[in-house]
Design a protein around this ligand. Sequence first.
Ligand code: ARG
Ligand code: ASP
Length: 718
Amino acid sequence: MKLLRLLVLLLVLPAYAQQGGMWIPSLLKGMNEKEMKSLGMKMTAEDIYSVNHSSLKDAVPHFNGGCTSEVISSKGLLLTNHHCGFGEIQAHSTIDHDYLTDGFWAMTLEEELPNPDMEATFIIRIEDVTNKVLEGTQSITSEKERQKKIQDNIASLTRSLPKESWQENSIRTFYEGNQYMLFVTETYKDVRLVGAPPSSIGKFGSDTDNWVWPRHTGDFSLFRIYASKDNKPAEYSKDNIPYTPKHFFPVSIGGIRENDFTMVFGYPGRTTEYLPAVAVEQIVNVLNPAKIEVRDAALKVADGFMRKDNAIKIQYAAKYASIANYWKKWIGESQGLKKSNAVAIKKKFEKDFLAKAAKAGKQGEYGNLFTEFEKNYKEIEPYSLARDYFMEVALRNTELLTTGYRLYQLEQVYNARGEQSFTDRKANTIAALEGVFKDFNKDVDEKVFEQLIALYGTKSPKQFLPQEVIGADYKALTASVYSTSKLTSLNGVKELLEGDAKTVIAKLNADRGYQLIKAMADAYSTKVAPKYDEINLKIASLQRTYMKGILELSPKDARIFPDANSTLRVTYGKVNGYEPRDATYYEPVTYLDGVIEKYIPGDYEFDVPAKLIDLYNKKDYGPYGENGKMPVCFIGTNHTTGGNSGSPAIDARGNLIGLNFDRVWEGTMSDIYYDPSICRNIMVDMRYVLFIIDKYAGCKRLIDEMKIVDGKKNKRKK
Ligand code: ARG
Ligand code: ASP
């Protein structure tokens, strides 16, 4: 009897048993729609994406190219993460008005703060243009020429395909060059800061809690889109008016339960889910460890200074957070790939793939694929490693070298395009460096440099290194650079940049720091980059063939989604806890009680504002609490990645229930291998967002302009 039940269960076991995937919103009809409904969704594919009437996609703009945001009122109120608005909040902060520390709340429209260079981009429609893009490529055999033809086609189609004058066209590739899609977009350029909680709420737990569940961060901030009088995109003007959206999300205070349907709609940046096993092995064994070691050293030095010196702590806070973010992710990723046996699983997949190919009589096309992958990945390994060392050491973690590299590019521009281009670029370079030097400390940078140049000189493949760093006395090398180079202060750099191109270049080449970065950059661009690009092109073409094979040889309704490419995607799943390790289960919801448990008075990561403690003690949660408790964050089985930050988490009827901002530690490998048993995304519960706006900040006017629904009772209204 039991056996029979099990058998029946296995037979009807729905596809979502192995969930994951980030899907193209215009292609949900069929398999996805069916699966979403089986998970509890009460909407149709047309409610999510429609060209003819308003749909959810009209409320989900790309936020400044990197994050996602959503419109939550009829007056263009925009919600995103605190860490996505961080730069703007910081830019408006001064000693007297420290919005990062204290929070910011515009109590009227007039108090909302403009942000130069900020953008919110809406998708108007998505169209398949594969045939047009590939026109004339069938007969080309050289991969390089094929790519060139495709680029030319894309450029001319982008210009010629129909759009309104205030819109833009862009074409992106999907499935590694097997499909091309056109995106028609509208970009709003007047986006103002409306509200942000203090960092002790918006960044609570900081780097210690980053990538970790259970989480207690109120990671949100509020902006508003402004438009011209006729509701069109416009540059900032005080005459602009709040934007009227085609759609905005009602906000649900109905609460969430384990196993409720959730959908996350946003702009995932980049994933590589179809890498061959050999590539994953290389990431785990060679590339991740190298990058982690470099950042480990850089972070240790910075941390030592930040703990002793408050001014340095403030100067390096944002830099530290951004370096630490991927450092920590790579560690989690490597661990997760090992623990989930990703390499073995991929090897098995490849074996099955070859068997299917043989059965379909396609051995000729696919039979050599993995031998070719092996060969090319083996060949590219030292180049990839050298590339990572150059990037991490010179371009990301030591500011003297990064600054030097900008000037190196200036010299290149002069050599390639002459005096006028040089002069134009010089102005931009100076402006950019003003920002860099605001938060620069020579002692910190020197100590970081000393560590990193030694790693570069001893661990990066020797055959590509400039002679002077191989086996050098790194202490002496560091001292010789930092005691004389003018690249350690803004004034020094400005001095170097004074005069015409010839004069500047002569001065640069006499500078000890410049000489070093020039030698490093020359070595990289002559010995590493060309060969790297060449092999990489071969790998890309193999990957395209592999992808084509996967699509061709899988059953019709197989769940094969295209890798993330910063375009709008839908991912869906359920509110769900998980078992991170033996005998441990993580519940899917956290509460304010957990904030108080983590509270460390005065700590820079775990301090809690007095007012929040007060509200907690009084249990003054208004309509947002549940059974006397205040929910804070929750997790689900939605497949997300970097770029999904700020994405709306949506319930079965299209109401907003959460705000996506992170993933759990055990599942950070989901960019390479998604394991549904331990990959979870982390969201702020919208009830916590509303509670902070209403009860903590007293910014009632914002609550009043939203449409609050009890998602359990109310049907979704347009
Ligand atoms: N890990 C999240 C993401 O990749 C949040 C990063 C911001 N928070 C931080 N502590 N650095 O963007
Ligand atoms: N924190 C990421 C972001 O900023 C999201 C993620 O990687 O899960 O986009």
